[in-house]
Design a protein around this ligand. Sequence first.
Ligand code: ADP
Ligand code: ZN
Ligand code: ZN
Length: 840
Amino acid sequence: MLVDVALPLPIPRVFTYRVEEDGLAAGTRVLVPFRGRRLIGWVTGPGAEPVEPVRVRAVSAVLDREPTVPPDLLRLCRWVADYYAAPLGQVLRAALPTLLSDTRRPEPPVRTRRILRLTRELPSLQERDELFGRARRQRACYEAVEGLGGSAEVAHLTGQLGFSLAVLHGLVARGVAEITEHEVERDPFADVPAPPPPRFELTPAQRRARDALVAAAAAAAGKGGEAPGGGTEPDLRPFLLLGVTGSGKTLVYIELLREVVERQGRGAIVLVPEIALTPQTVARFRSHFGDRVAVLHSALSDGERFDAWRALRSGAKRIVVGARSSVFAPVQDLGAIIVDEEHEGTYKQSDEAPRYHAREVAIMRAQMSGAVCVLGSATPSLESWHNAQTGKFRLLELPERVEGRPLPPVRVIDMRGRPGPSPAPGEGGGVSAPPPREAGGTASPLHLPGEGGGASTPLLHRPGEGGGTSGGGAPATSPHLPGGGVPAPVPHLPGGGTSGGGRRQEVLAPELVEAIRLRLERGEQVILLLNRRGYATFIQCRDCGNVWRCRQCNVTLTYHRARRRLVCHYCFHEEPPPITCDRCASGDLSFRGIGTEQVERAVIETFPTARVARMDVDTTSGKWSHHEILDRVGRREIDILLGTQMIAKGLDFPGVTLVGVVNADVGLNLPDFRATERTFQLLTQVAGRAGRGPAGGEVLIQTSLPNHYAIRAALAHDYKGFAARELEERRQPRYPPHCRLANVVISGTDEIAVQEEADRAAEWARAFIRREARGEVEVTGPAPCPIDRIRGRWRWHFLLRSPRAEPIGRTCRALHERYTVRPGGAQLRMALDRDPVALL
Ligand code: ADP
Ligand code: ZN
Ligand code: ZN
């Protein structure tokens, strides 16, 4: 028969192959020849006889007896491919464990354990003497296994006990033992004991939320999905669980899973933003549901991942806890999907196709399988909040912390006019700001290149460009450096000597130092947040203003003091720090923009006896290093935990009574329409780490923008106030949730070619929209991306905007399937990002 096969290639079509077997089901893996290579693909259905007389090639091998991809998952992947305009083969590859598309090992290795088991008892000594004769090692082995209860692992016998394989085979040959293979599952959590779950009385708000979810689960069970059993359809609208930090959202999730998994026997998916950062949440699920939980930790080996996948596919495990891609886990008879911290940007796969958002996929999957979907957050995304307001989602609220604990008071430390942390280019969650332009200021990358250098129109509004005019404090708009008033730390003195003295005041204001001192005296713990890693975020020549940038990317190089290197956070290029300016030869260089390394140094100098841990990308390269740091905090072996946004999420340490934000302005200045929202979320989340124990707590925020509405709302723990204001800000120009958006990025190695291609693609899109989308999509741009060069590739983009999702989808699919970028030396590429979380 002929079959259509989806291949993991950036080509928008399936390929037809011939195969011996008949009736090969969709979702079956096959090995196929493709342009001189061999690839693993997935059968999508019967193929049609080609119209032209082309030779249809034969499948090299059928790799599954049963299709690896169950029908419901295949259906979901088709939806993802369609919605995000990505090739189905690439979606399937992203959805499945890597081992399943590894052509070097088309049969994924299943780890087995060989067991030797005694098959005959030898009750008398005489029998033993006769049977073994002079084979004394065989007899010793027999008796050793006997002593171990009649069976033992072969590896144990040959390893610790030192018997040779020949001895074991001798026992088999004599008919007194057999060796069998047993599949083992690699579960690195199997040995990690989960403490028994604490028993809490639910708070009234938790009970209300639980009751609503349980009722929805009961209504959904057995109905919905493929076969609505007549009668009234269950209400499958997703729930938004808006619960302040410390309100006990996790317990509500667990109560829902009790109903779905224990009572109904269905399965569940729990998504967390980043599993390494949420060990406590994971532990709570494990302590309630034990071995029924598969944890898809990012540190798992491919083999471990594959085993977890199989355990879910077979129904041996019914719950999966994992990050983004776990939304595709092959959980059987799905009854609930939970998306914890639903506002987190890590749910979106932004860097490669398919650029899916796990929250949206979760909503769709729940709909398809008749499952309850719960999105939880203290700071929901504006999209979800908007959906709750318009009734698309059902809103559940936990307005108070458990046990009547208050939210911590938050105070601002106004850094204006102080030699404080400079409001330099920010870095939010791994996203760096565009570099400061050289003194004298050229056009902001936010502006369309003016025709002939004349007037320019903003493509991407914000920050500050009019955004702050409607009252409140406008964010500092200038991407330029502040005037020379910022004392610079001394660069890399040989021998690590410091000039001591005034530096600590730059990093930590006296109020914050005092507050920390007080906590240390009382034996309490402190969390310090600065969302910028490294020591100094850029180096500038004081004489000519020269700023060190990456040669491959248009971003500044960050100085990492521990390694004594300048590092690009985009392409990881490194170089030694300069001693003199390469433009004017001046030796007067200033190291500016405080990063976590510098905070750590200031803290250690100020509190030499405190036990300090730093947690950021640079200190957590080991697979389980997050875990180790957080465990030490939990055991109270750390007094001060400092770090980037990694420390802001989900942590529940009752000993933490003070949270300090070293510079709240980092990130506010990013040229991205979500910059303000992200800042508010980060501040609220980190503030939520304080005062979770009986000792209470407080939060101090250092900022130069004390009147900015994101900061004022964070002070008041006022999510709804913030959301209302931010929704207004997004009306003009229009941004989600007031419209649907897609970002089309053209990149390549030649600047002119990229610009021309972007013009061509935008023109093509405009023509398509006029012709086939009734003009319902607005095209803005093209213009250079805010970061207009990464890894040597120039980047231009344009935006598609529409009040409705459908015409955006149609336009994206048309661009994907019908538009081809010109081949040539510039290696041009087009990336479609539907519902983008960032436009950098
Ligand atoms: P959130 O995710 O909403 O910030 P958590 O789920 O982490 O909150 O819960 C905060 C703390 O409160 C946890 O230590 C949890 O064990 C505890 N907790 C949850 N529910 C209750 C309850 N009903 N009574 C007492 N403590 C509770
Ligand atoms: Zn210079
Ligand atoms: Zn670079």
